[in-house]
Design a binder for this molecule. Sequence first.
Ligand code: EPZ
Length: 423
Amino acid sequence: MDQIIVTGNGALSGQIPIAGAKNACLTLMPATLLSDEPLTLTNAPRLSDIRTMSTLLQSLGAEVQALQDGQVLAMSSHDLTSTRAEYDIVRKMRASILVLGPLLSRFGHAEVSLPGGCAIGARPVDLHLKALEAMGAKLELRDGYVHATAPSGGLRGGVVEFPFVSVGATENALMAATLAKGTTVLKNAAREPEIVDLAQCLQKMGARIEGEGTSEITIEGVDRLGGATHRVVTDRIELGTYMLAPAICGGEVECLGGRIDLLSAFCEKLDAAGISVEETAAGLKVARKNGRIRAVDVTTEPFPGFPTDLQAQMMALLCTADGTSVLEEKIFENRFMHAPELMRMGAKIDVHGGTATVTGVERLKGAPVMATDLRASVSLILAGLAAEGETVVSRVYHLDRGYEHVVRKLEAVGAKIERVKEQ
Ligand code: EPZ
């Protein structure tokens, strides 16, 4: 297994290109199942999760070709051979559940393994299932699989009211509704940029969708969808992660392809902490010139609130703030596993349920630490960039799920970082 070794090396400067969004690509790829015409995605990120989704689609008989060094995904579901998503693939990645809506909507039946537990929370899929039932689907849970059938004549439009915001359930329902008979209204829908990106791609395929980006989305079902070519939106979580590098170490870094509208709540917190964020022709320039950063309180919320996927990275920043910060995690029930690892580096963090109180220290000290999930792993790397001495991060396979070329991107702006085989 690989490790990443980071040595605190002072201020950073230069440019970091931001890739296409993992969480957009993981819902755009299953959209190919809705049509017998080709769907091509450009600006696709090169990540292990994307390869897992490719394997899943290929196991159903779809064609998925990774072109141009993996940044273009040419897909076709013209000759699908199966509507069964096997446990062996689904257990590797929860987003696999996103094939359920498209398969059921186009073929009238599907069997999809339930995803099982996750390090950051129980993460049930009940809202996905309820949404499909509201469109007339019959669902049976048996042998660890969801067995789904549509009424004869296919799914029909309906009103889906989500009791709380779910990104995945909104995506599954949105895709399913595109081929349903009649009108579907999704109420209290997720408003994430990845949902808007999915809706725009589906509209290019011929879907009739209104209200994407708001909490009420209306979909007029059509008989069939065509093909399209779609550019994957910028990864706002990768963007936020790299914006925090100069914030933690000092210096100035321009994140190419960055946009403030993707991260407004996050940018407000950086501003409150004393970090400057400036829009440039090519992206966002982030700088921390002098002095300690200010403590700030953060509460994670659905978009446009502060993203839970940047909570761990923000905690790494606040470990050396001047004062005490309170972080509230409102989306997942077990998403502070990076805290004990940061404490191994000398951080002062008190966790009670969904609240973490971080009392800033002058400087962190390098130590051997363990990655527990995707965002926790990168928060340890960020902390190591500003720590005294060497930090050795183990289990970095978590990182490969959501960050391409971390070592190369950080080295390019002056970080002392390398990837090694574990001894
Ligand atoms: C998406 O997960 C992202 N993953 C997550 O990113 C992200 O943290 C999350 O949205 C929130 O922004 C992908 O897009 C692939 P939810 P998703 O449904 O869709 C509960 C990362 O680091 N819930 O919005 O699974 C659920 O347990 C990952 O890139 C139900 O109870 O998130 C959670 O507490 C991690 N029943 C809350 O809702 C359901 O049927 C929000 O989950 C669905 C969700």
